[in-house]
Design a protein around this ligand. Structure first.
Ligand code: IVH
Length: 668
């Protein structure tokens, strides 16, 4: 048997299976069979070293350790990429690009892999040199280390010289395994997958590198001849056997790019590797050349970075907030830190148990996290940097606002202030009463409510309707005056007629949110009827559990409730039974959609729109963001419309909205 031929056959066969396994994720043979082939090859190459080739898979297990890396100058500098953080900035990028070009611009978008940049050179179809980015002009020759990367092709069916560039990275799972192993072995841990990739490529012993499961994605290729557009270049690289990211897409305008960025943000956490943004590139290579580069970065590409979801900062203090039901909620006061596009100076701590669970102390360095529109929270404490001066937080025995006694609730978690007249509780109840889904009293915000309570102009929400008798006092309040006082009184008057569910919700019965209030409103004709129902009737209502039933029952038997309801009745506050909207048996056409309303509609109030959208599966949100599905515009739209236009978000007017609703089968 011809040993040279046999070695060639094994090399080809193993490389084929390698490709099936690492590139196509579709293995044809078992690991055992693969290992047997590899062992056969190792044995043959040992016997006939003269037949060893540069693309032999045995090259991946690492050669001799090096004393140091050779420095190599890059043929073209490895520049960096300018960052953007919003769709507005992407629109600016598009404007800059289109201004400099005459032809229409197409864009290629690619995930920005959070790894280490490398340059790979192939000659006569073989991988001959790999270099790290270094300072951009020159880097380390790390060919032997790069050879160990299983999805890096050692040979390609392409005979002219070609340089490709890409990112070496660690998969999240492999990173966890590596760190677990290092922990067991008492080795220092890597901070993140990028760190692990960088650390691995710096090892001087390729045999050690080969034990680290590194991966590669290539994102560019310099060809002497060939396609004059980036997208087909990537396709060609893929055909040659290079790993090209599967989420690469070609778009004809920036709006589509923005849309991709918006969608990608949601799926990025599910990917097996870390990405720290999206790279957006002008497709035409001629256009790229025309646009050129600054000393730092090319003008034909930009990175859209995802807002950082985590940060570290210092916990300065823990304060207590008293809610409308008297619950004392600890709030973390933080040294301000930028996170996900805003400055964070507070985070919720939920309750005393959470403080104990985290073992968080005043003065600690903490990790904070913010996801979507959720309030930031403390993830963990960096205990390693404690100085010993950190103070342990203790729940007080008295309410920090009114000095009333506090007690641990029967649920065993919440700590409450006993005093229902505690000014903090009173303020919170009024704020809730005035809120949009409740009585929707415009202009009655947090600061004003606090002032009204502090100056004793109101003792409960019933008093709001008698404020007109205190106009003189109202006018003298900070930032009030004749005009604002009149406006406030008008808004209060307007709230006298509210649909029953909103009114019921406004009362602030514990455990009763707007949804439960809606259910109750279907069952009962009036507040009076609800008030007179017994516990059994209440608990028999579907979706109203025993806790809610008991809470409703107790609420109406409370002295304070009687007083406040009496005031409301005297003032003429009425609940309207029928809102005229029935949401049943319809297609959930707004399922998963986020809709923003701006301006006034002719046929619907804001809360009716909220109910309609909710009933059809969607959400009415307050501000326009790239996540918004469409903006519904009424008369006198505000700045939200402009923002929607800038972001290229769909705009719908009232008549189109009505058509959509009709189409859902819902009768209005
Ligand atoms: S193109 C001018 N495409 O991001 C550099 N880079 O922050 C052109 N990166 O050094 C590079 N994924 O290491 C490009 N799909 C991608 C990328 C990508 C990750 C890295 C690259 C670069 C760094 C710049």
């Amino acid at each position: 048997m011809d040993s040279e031929k046999e070695i060639r056959r094994l090399v080809k066969l193993i490389n084929y299976h390698n490709r099936k396994y690492y590139l196509e994720d579709n293995p044809e043979i078992s690991d055992y069979e693969y290992d047997t082939l590899l062992k056969e090859l190792i044995a043959s190459e040992k016997k006939y070293p003269q037949y060893k080739t540069a693309d032999s898979p045995t090259q991946r297990v690492g050669g001799e350790p090096l004393k140091e890396f050779k420095t190599v100058k890059h043929k073209f500098p490895m520049l960096s990429i300018d960052n953007t953080y919003s769709s507005e900035e992407l629109l600016d990028f598009d404007r800059r690009v289109t201004k400099l070009l005459t032809e229409k611009t197409e864009y290629v978008v690619e995930p920005k892999i959070d790894g280490v940049a490398v340059s790979l050179i192939y000659e006569n179809g073989y991988f001959i040199q790999g270099v790290s980015r270094g300072d951009g002009d020159q880097g380390d020759e790390i060919t032997a280390n790069l050879r160990t990367i299983r999805n890096l092709p050692l040979s390609i069916p392409f005979s002219s010289t070609i340089e490709v560039r890409g990112e070496v990275y660690f998969k999240k799972k492999e990173f966890d395994l590596l760190n677990q192993r290092r922990k067991k072995e008492g080795e220092p841990l890597f901070v993140n997958p990028r760190n692990a990739a960088a650390g691995s490529l710096k090892l001087l012993d390729p045999a050690l590198v080969s034990r680290r499961p590194l991966n590669l994605f290539v994102y560019t290729g310099f060809l002497r001849k060939g396609p004059r557009e980036h997208y087909p270049v990537l396709q060609l690289l893929r055909e040659l056997g290079f790993p090209v990211n599967p989420h690469v897409e070609l778009f004809t305008n920036i709006e589509e790019v923005i849309n991709y960025c918006r969608k990608f943000q949601e799926k990025k956490d599910k990917l097996p590797y870390d990405t720290d943004g999206i790279v957006i590139k002008v497709n035409s290579l001629t256009a790229q050349e025309k646009l050129g580069a600054t000393t730092k970065s090319p003008r034909w590409l930009v990175a859209y970075k995802f807002p950082a979801a985590q940060a570290t900062t210092r916990l300065k203090d823990i304060i207590l907030q008293v809610g409308r039901t008297g619950v004392l909620t600890p709030v973390a006061i933080l040294e301000p830190v930028g996170l996900a596009g805003s400055t964070i100076s507070r985070a919720t701590l939920h309750n005393e148990d959470e403080i104990k669970r985290l073992d968080v102390r005043i003065g600690d360095k903490v990790f904070i996290e913010k996801g979507g529109d959720i309030i930031p929270k403390i993830l963990k404490v960096v205990k390693e940097v404690r100085t010993g001066k950190e103070a342990i937080f203790k729940m007080p025995e008295k309410c920090p606002v009114c000095g009333g006694k506090v007690y641990r609730d029967t649920d065993g978690v919440a700590v409450r202030c006993e005093n229902v007249r505690c000014p903090a509780q009173v303020s919170e109840r009024i704020k809730h009463f005035a809120s949009r889904e409740a009585m929707d009293i415009e202009g009655l915000g947090e600061a004003l409510v606090n002032l009204l309570v502090q100056k004793k102009l109101v003792e409960d929400y019933g008093d709001l309707y008698f404020l007109k008798l205190k106009l003189a006092d109202l006018i003298t309040l900070e930032r009030m005056g004749e005009k604002s006082s009149q406006n406030l009184l008008k808004a209060i008057e307007k709230s006298k007629e509210r649909p029953l569910p909103n009114f019921l919700f406004a009362l602030g019965i514990r455990h009763i949110g707007i949804h439960s209030a809606e259910i109750l409103s279907e069952k009962f004709q009036s507040i009076l009827e609800l008030r007179n129902s017994d516990l059994e009737t209440l608990s028999s209502i579907p979706e109203i559990g025993p806790t809610m039933a008991e809470s409703i029952f107790n609420f109406f038997r409370d002295k304070e409730t009687a007083i406040v309801l009496e005031k409301l009745e005297q003032a003429g506050v009425k609940a309207i039974k029928k809102s005229g909207l029935k949401v049943k048996n319809e297609k959930k056409i707004f399922s998963g959609k986020r809709i923003v309303l701006t301006g006034t509609l002719e046929n619907f109030t804001r809360s009716e729109v909220t109910r309609l959208i909710k009933g059809l599966g969607g959400r009415l949100t307050s501000s326009v963001s790239p996540k918004t599905t469409f903006i519904l515009t009424g008369k006198e739209p505000g700045s939200k419309l402009q923002k929607a236009k800038t972001l290229g978000i769909k705009i719908i007017d009232e008549s189109e909205f009505k058509k959509l609703i009709k189409g859902s089968g819902l009768h209005i």
